[in-house]
Design a protein around this ligand. Structure first.
Ligand SMILES: NC(=O)c1ccc[n+]([C@@H]2O[C@H](COP(=O)([O-])OP(=O)(O)OC[C@H]3O[C@@H](n4cnc5c(N)ncnc54)[C@H](OP(=O)(O)O)[C@@H]3O)[C@@H](O)[C@H]2O)c1
Length: 285
């Protein structure tokens, strides 16, 4: 390890996503807690750490708060300083004075003293950016988190946050995969590179559409040519870009081991050039 960093801290490029652990979302959008699969998910987080992953990504929202509790249970007894623990504050706590309160509650659930990273979960239209950026800064000043970040921000919004913040904004977590580039444009890369903002790519296997449910002929052909699975191709493509790490969610040792196999995958340049344009092609078709 060593090449992948968030705010100067070395992280494994394949982190541990936790959406769907400890709860889910109802069709009407309401997020709920679900304790039934805790043993499986705690075992998955521990297995991921055993396999060498160290970056755990969770959020106040997930499992209506239960996911942070589950992560807390999974990491209890593990060496704290070997882990990089990130959570996100939701819209419900985006006013300046509420952000540090949310961070305190997350710390309690995670059973740790300080976060490595605290994100604002999204750029809320209904709340001025000044409010939650000041709240993130206050959380650093209060010793609740070592660093702060944003999520689902456009390049322009990242710049606004960098200008407003007293502390460095060290990451922007965005949806980014072979099939979906979203906010990750050349401008985003330039802004992030100039300001030391790591891109944390979420949904790298597109909730299985780039894993065992892959149907894209280009993806299947490329994986066959490289001699890897579609999930390994998708993860390797993301993490072998400057300033990008990823956080697939996997709840079985089999999936975790497969995903870690991406570390051995090398995509030849000519193949990568074709894959780079795939999202555009898929999005316009
Ligand atoms: N900031 C945000 O707004 C935001 C939004 C979405 C997600 N996120 C974060 O990003 C993480 C990842 O995104 P995501 O969970 O939406 O999507 P994802 O990681 O692309 O997909 C997760 C799904 O893929 C399956 N999977 C993983 N590896 C696999 C493999 N090798 N073979 C077959 N299936 C595999 C998992 O199944 P199993 O569980 O059965 O292994 C799970 O159903 C989240 O967990 C969350 O931490 C953040």
């Amino acid at each position: 390890m060593g090449a992948w960093r968030i705010g100067g801290r070395a992280v494994h490029p394949i982190g541990i996503g936790t959406w769907g652990m400890g709860g889910d979302r109802l069709p009407d959008g309401e997020v709920f807690a679900d304790y039934r699969y805790d043993d499986r998910d705690i075992a998955a987080i521990r297995a991921a750490v055993e396999l060498g992953q160290n970056h755990i990504d969770t959020a106040q929202l997930y499992g209506a708060g239960h996911t942070e509790e589950l992560v807390g249970e999974a990491i209890s007894g593990l060496e704290r300083e070997e882990l990089f623990i990130a959570t996100k504050v939701w819209r419900s706590h985006s006013l300046r004075h509420a952000v540090p309160r949310a961070a305190e509650e997350s710390l309690r659930k995670l059973r740790i003293d300080v976060l490595d990273l605290l994100y604002v979960h999204a750029p809320w239209d209904s709340v001025p950016m000044e409010e939650y950026v000041a709240g993130l800064d206050d959380a650093v000043d209060a010793g609740l988190t070592r660093a702060i970040a944003v999520s689902n921000f456009s390049a322009g919004q990242v710049l606004d946050a960098v200008r407003l913040s007293r502390h460095p904004i060290v990451a922007n977590q965005v949806r980014y995969s072979l099939l979906h580039h979203g906010h990750v444009s050349s401008r985003m890369r330039a802004v992030c590179s100039e300001h030391g903002v790591t891109i944390v790519a979420y949904r790298p296997v597109e909730r299985r559409l780039l894993a065992d449910q892959a149907t894209s002929p280009a993806v299947l052909d490329a994986a066959a040519r490289v001699g890897c699975t579609p999930a390994q191709l998708a993860i390797s493509w993301v993490i072998n870009q400057p300033g990008v790490v990823t956080i697939p969610k996997a709840s079985s040792r089999e999936h975790l081991e497969e995903n870690m196999g991406a570390m051995r995958v090398r995509i030849p340049d000519d193949l990568r050039a074709g894959l780079d344009g795939l999202a555009l092609k898929e999005e316009t078709e």
